[in-house]
Design a protein around this ligand. Sequence first.
Ligand code: VGL
Ligand code: ZN
Length: 212
Amino acid sequence: MTEHIVPGRHDLLLVVDIQYDFCPGGGLAVPRGDEVVPVVNRVAAGFAHVALTQDWHPPGHLSFASSHPGAQPYETIDVDYGAQILWPDHCVQGTPGAALREDLAIPHAELVLRKGYHPGIDSYSAFYENDRRTATGLGGYLRERGFRRIFLAGLAFDFCVRYSAEDARREGFHVVVIDDCCRSIDVGGSDADTRRQFQAIGVECIPSAALG
Ligand code: VGL
Ligand code: ZN
């Protein structure tokens, strides 16, 4: 049983990609993605410090299957920086699908970090793009503000939450993922892979009931 956790001044909640396109009816719908919204709202109210991320791609982005003639969504291709899964078009800058959910009620969020805006690089992680070299600046921001422990919530558990959690760990933060604040896409066993990887690197997974 996880002990009870009361968020303090060195803790930040990072809310990942809670956007219409990742919810049922959206361009890259995560099954039951919409269900996390009320849970995340409740959890966020207990944090003094919250940052949000927003997937934010230009039209014709490299990660879109539609940008590669003959390719299908969920196929993996080789690009300059290695393997890249191709996705249906999603979170195109300025479109309704790219907007943060309007029922996300976190008025005290201090930062909205957009990612995935380079036309030729995808960015699952909020810290480093998929070339694993291009930094978003979030690591420096969190360090300069003195945060030590990062809690994660949002979509999708097995992609943007996973990569962000792994990078946060690498950057030296304590990392805690709030399980019922997340949902998975689950392609090719990615949900189980993520849970195994979290165990291996010391990313904690807790239920939201452990907070407060
Ligand atoms: C995501 C795939 C492509 C995510 C974003 O937010 O998990 N997944 N773009
Ligand atoms: Zn994306």
